[in-house]
Design a protein around this ligand. Sequence first.
Ligand code: NAP
Length: 489
Amino acid sequence: MNPNVHVTAHGKKVVTVIPGDGIGPEVVQSAQGIIDAVGAPIAWEECHAGAIIFKQGFPSGVPQETIESIRKTRVVLKGPLETPVGFGEKSANVTLRKLFETYANVRPAREVPGVKTPFSGRGIDLVVVRENVEDVYAGIEHMQTPGVAQCLKLISRKGCEKIVRFAFELARSESRTLVHCATKSNIMKLTEGMLKRTFEDVSREYPDIEAQHIIVDNCAHQLVKRPEQFDVIVTTNMNGDILSDLTSGLIGGLGFAPSANIGTDVAIFEAVHGSAPKYTGKNVINPTAVILSAVMMLRHLGEFEGAAAIENAMLVTLESGVLTRDVVGDTGAASTTTFTEAVIGNLGKTSSTWRVRDYKPLRLPRVSTAPDFVKVAQRRVAGVDIFLESSLGAEELGTAMEGIAGGSPVTLKMISNRGTKVYRPTGAMTDVVDQWRARFMLSDSSDNLSDAAIADLIERIGANHRWAHVEKLQEFDGEPGFTRAQGED
Ligand code: NAP
C-alpha cells in the first residue's frame, strides 16, 4: 500500500470518489455499495470533475477542490467523464492522469463465466500496461500551415524505464511469466524504438520473466488469432489505447473492462468505458467494469481479502446467470441495481469453477527523478531542419534554398514533403502540400553548427519565405539524433 494514503481517526482509508458524467453515478454507486457491504475500511470523499465543471466555466474540467482532495487521499475511484470533441476544452480524464503523473494505465482482460464470446473457453487472462502520459497524448499540436497540422510524439527514456519496470513488477506481483513489448519501432525508430531498446535493457534484470518484442500491428493480429498466448503487454500510449479496447472486446465488451492509472504518488481507478450518455438514468448499464476497477483499488490499498471476496461474488453472480442488457439483450436482463444486489448477496461465496488469481503487493519501480535522466559525454549540432510554408514547386523551392545557403557554413542536403524526399528529385510521384522541410547540413563534418549561423540562415529564409518551425539536427555520443527522409541517402 502507498504509505501516503490518508487514514481517518477510525482507521478507514480515505478515497476520493468522482461519480462522473452520464452513467457514471449509477455504476460508481454500485461499486461503493459493494465495497461498503464487504466491510472494507474505506471512507469516501466525494468530488467532481468533467461536464458539470466545464459548464461552470472551468476549461480544465477539474476544479481546485478536487485536486486538493486527490493530493490528500492519493487514491481515486472515478466514473467516466465526458470529453468535449474538437476545439475547446481538453479531456478532464487526460488532465487528471497528467496532473498526478499516473504514468501506468493497467487494463486487465480476463474471460468471465456466463458471458459467451467467440473466444469463450480459450482462457484469456492478460493485462495491457499502457504508458499513460507521453506519446501523442501529450497533446502538443500546431497548425504549421492553414492546411497542415502537426502533433508531437514525445517519448522519454525515463518514461520508458518507468513503464517497462512497472510491467515487469506487475507480472511478478500477479505471478505472470511472460511480458510482450508491442511497438512500431520498425517505422518510428527513435520514439517507438526507445521503448523497445529500454525493454531489451531492463528485461535483463528480470530473468524469471520471459521477455518478447512484437510489432504492434502483428500484436493486434495475434490477439484476435490466439489471445491466450499473451500474459502482460507493455506498450506506448496510443498503441495501448487501441489494443486495450480490442482486448476488452475479446472478453465481452467494455462492460467488463476495468482499469487503473497508477503513478508513484497517486492511483486513479476507473472503467475503460465512457459515459454512454444514451443510457443515463435508465438503470440498464453493466457495472462490472467499475466494480472490477474498485477491486483493483482495494488491492492497491492492501485490502486483499475484501478484493478477493468481491471478485468471487462477481464470478458467482455471472455464473448464476444474472446478466445485464449488454450481454443478454433486453429480455431477461438484470438491471444495474439487481446485478449489484446479487453481487452483495453472493459475498462470502466462492466460484467452484473460476479461480481468483493470487496477488502480492505491487512494488512500484523507483526511477531517478532527475530531469536530465540521460547524460552524454559528447554532443554536436550537425545541421538544421527548417519547416516552411510555400506554394512553390519542389524545384523552384530547392533552387531558392540552395541560393540562400550559398556562402554559409551549411549546404542544402534535401527537401522533403510529408517525410518523402522531393528535392533533388528522386523520380518519386509525391502529391505535395504547402509544408516543406529543408534540411541543411554542415559542409565540414567535424564542425559544430552555431546558434548564430542558424539564426542567420532563418533570417535569410524569412526575408522571402514563411518558415514555421526549426529543429536542430543533433548527434549524441556520435549517434545521429534524427532520422532520414524517405528516399534520402
Ligand atoms: P462509451 O461511453 O464507452 O459507450 C460506447 C458504447 O459502449 C455504449 O453505447 C454501449 O454500447 C457500450 N458500453 C459502454 N459502457 C458500457 C457498460 N458499462 N455496460 C454496457 N455497455 C456499455 O463511449 P463513447 O460513446 O464513445 O463516449 C461517450 C463519452 O464518454 C464521450 O464524451 C467520451 O469522451 C467519454 N469517455 C470517457 C472515458 C473516461 O472517462 N475514462 C473513456 C471513454 C470515453 P451499445 O450502444 O452497443 O449498447
